[in-house]
Write a protein that binds this ligand. Structure first.
Ligand SMILES: [Zn+2]
Length: 163
């Protein structure tokens, strides 16, 4: 199976469209564009409709065929048009793939977390290097103390809140 069809299979469950797959010296690089439905604002949960801008972010993914994987993901920033919402704009996330501020895919983060729980910092870092998982000691230890991030912001209740 060629790398392009392999990447198609790997990303088939996500709301992304692959635009390019490159075999670079440092591993596989996949360019992808978020193509899911308009997201809900994490501040007030209302549906966004106006795109503010878009930009590319890098995500380290799980290795493929023994090669490390980098996803260059183009995401959109949306306006929140709800007057009383504190968030003026926000960036969409790809379900099951990305999270706010995260530089690892959620799949990679799960693996890193499992390694951190079993081995801790330095031994975990050595194993990750052998497995071609991007994870430094500080990252692994940080995962052990990081609070769980809810999938979606809690709904704001009160007068004027959307149902
Ligand atoms: Zn909002």
């Amino acid at each position: 199976m060629g790398v392009e069809s392999l990447a198609d299979v790997l990303f088939s469950g996500f709301d992304v469209r692959l635009t390019r797959v490159t075999e670079a010296a440092e591993g596989l690089v996949v360019d992808a564009v978020e193509c899911g439905p308009p997201p809900h604002c994490p501040g007030c949960n209302s549906l966004a409709s106006r795109v503010h801008s878009s930009y590319e972010r890098g995500l380290a993914g799980l290795p493929v065929n023994g090669q490390s994987l980098t996803v260059r993901l183009r995401v959109r920033r949306f306006f929140c048009d709800r007057g009383r919402c504190p968030r003026r704009t926000f960036v969409e996330q790809v379900a099951k793939l990305s999270e706010r501020y995260g530089r690892s895919s959620l799949g990679l983060k799960q693996w890193q977390h499992a390694v951190a729980v079993e081995l801790g910092g330095r031994p975990g870092q050595r194993l990750c290097r052998q497995l071609r998982l991007k994870a430094g000691r500080t990252r692994l230890l940080g995962l052990l103390t990081e609070p769980a991030v809810p999938e979606q912001a809690p709904r704001v209740l009160g007068p004027g809140a959307h149902p």
